[in-house]
Design a protein. Structure first.
Length: 210
């Protein structure tokens, strides 16, 4: 617990603040004008990507080369993850509640669980990319690996046609099948974070020992 306050001060909050502003702006059309679920869903998807991109900068410790202490790296990294996760989840959750409240009574409710799974994948993919890059560098430029990972995944999936697309709307027949894959992607990304946040690579440690 003694690490939490110093980490909160050390995390660069300006990217998270910028992402929050952009996410709110992305939701404005859905909240102020468009009542169709498509506007709400796409607004929430954009917000999830933005919050994940902003939070990615928390995974890079600029002071790592100068930090010497008993606390293992994996603990510091997972605390950084948690410190960034809480505000990002709060922002996305608040936008979801606003989007759900903006829908007319005769429109089906937004699928909260499946949209949360999408948000988790968008978020974790950015942090996993930044966490992996943080093993080799300690500048804020390295954290751009998080948004770059998200961008690569978006380019690879955004324009897939029909039932192959992982971005259907709730009324699509493929919604349930697609979201089984979204849920399955979450433990894969958590495993990637576990690998990226570990103290050291076994192969590198063996080479250093020789």
């Amino acid at each position: 617990m003694l690490l939490v306050l110093p980490l909160i001060r050390a995390v660069p909050w300006s990217p998270v603040a910028a992402a929050t502003g952009l996410a709110a702006a992305a939701m404005l059309p859905a909240l102020l004008g468009a009542a169709a679920p498509a506007a709400q869903v796409w607004g929430l998807r954009i917000a999830a990507v933005l919050m994940g991109a902003g939070a990615s900068f928390a995974m890079v410790d600029a002071m790592a080369p100068l930090t010497v202490g008993p606390t293992p790296r994996w603990l510091r990294q997972w605390l950084r993850f948690a410190v960034a996760l809480i505000p990002a989840a709060a922002v996305w959750g608040g936008l979801f509640l606003l989007a759900a409240a903006a829908l007319p009574d005769d429109v089906p409710a937004l699928p909260a669980g499946d949209l949360a799974a999408e948000a988790a994948v968008c978020y974790f993919s950015g942090l996993a990319g930044a966490a992996a890059a943080a093993r080799t560098g300690h500048t804020m430029t390295v954290a751009l690996a998080g948004p770059a990972t998200q961008c690569a995944l978006l380019v690879a999936t955004l324009f897939l046609p029909g039932r192959s697309s992982p971005w259907p709307l709730p009324q699509a027949a493929s919604w349930a099948d697609v979201h089984r894959c979204w849920w399955a992607a979450i433990p894969i990304l958590v495993a990637a974070l576990l690998v990226a946040n570990r103290d050291g690579w076994p192969l590198l440690r063996r080479k250093a020992g020789t």
